[in-house]
Design a protein around this ligand. Structure first.
Ligand code: HEC
Length: 216
């Protein structure tokens, strides 16, 4: 005959065996401000100062150290107006601050296809996949990306286009923070090439190849 106490032991064991699951469930849902148990601290957590805190090691007690007096920044002055802002003698620069060769052009095409074509379309008519989707949704809040082939945009000097990429324009957001200075110029060069490609005359084609091109 089964003793009464064996039944009680079995019941207690059954309940106890559920305990780990209860603890895991609690650990997964509960929030705590205490750091978790860290058996091997390695160098994961170290004392540090946050900005604006006091550090009495220094006479002025500032934890944030100002640069040594007379220090001159190197490489970050961005003095070159043409390169960094697309401006020359106070006006939008017409040329490029670097040599534009095939390599730059191909980089420009790649960057354009990544950063600009979703809105402006691969050929620059303002019909990128995002623009088409927004049109289909008809939410009424979408501003059509400009076609890059209007007389207005074609008349923009390259410095203006560079600035449009850097800082955005009207409803277009800026891309300067994610496209480097050199890449922005490469994209500008590629936009110029796109514009030429959509507005070229038969005289622009080398004479030997004109026979291969059909005029429309
Ligand atoms: C999120 C969509 C979007 C992306 C991505 C985008 N644009 Fe635009 N772009 C616009 C819109 C919208 C306008 C028109 C803004 C307006 O008229 O308010 C515009 C306008 C322009 C214009 C015309 C500005 C003028 O002179 O009137 C140029 C040039 C241009 N974009 C170039 C670019 C280039 C180059 C890139 C890639 C680096 C790019 N855009 C990426 C949405 C975009």
């Amino acid at each position: 005959m089964v003793r009464k106490w064996t039944i009680w032991i079995l019941i207690s064991l059954g309940v106890l065996s559920l305990l780990p699951f209860a603890l895991i469930a609690r650990a997964r849902t509960a929030r705590t401000a205490e750091p978790r148990i860290h058996v091997f601290p390695d160098m994961d957590n170290q004392g540090r100062y946050k900005s604006q805190q006091v550090n009495r090691l220094f006479a002025d007690t500032r934890a944030m150290r100002p640069p040594v007096e007379g220090t001159v920044a190197r490489g970050q002055l961005q003095e070159d107006d043409h390169l960094y802002r697309g401006v020359r003698s106070g006006e939008w620069a017409a040329g490029f601050p670097m040599k534009i060769d095939r390599e730059v052009m191909e980089r420009g095409r790649e960057r354009y296809d990544i950063h600009c074509s979703p809105c402006h379309g691969l050929a620059g008519y303002g019909d990128g996949i995002v623009a088409r989707r927004a049109d289909a949704l008809q939410e009424g809040t979408w501003v059509q990306p400009s076609s890059l082939h209007t007389d207005l945009v074609r008349s923009r000097p390259s410095g203006h286009i560079f600035n449009t990429i850097t800082n955005g324009i009207r409803n277009m957001p800026p891309y300067g923070f994610r496209v480097s200075v050199e890449d922005r110029w490469a994209v500008t060069a590629y936009v110029t090439a796109l514009q030429l490609s959509q507005n070229a005359a038969i005289e622009d084609v080398p004479e030997q190849q004109r026979a291969n091109v059909q005029e429309q």
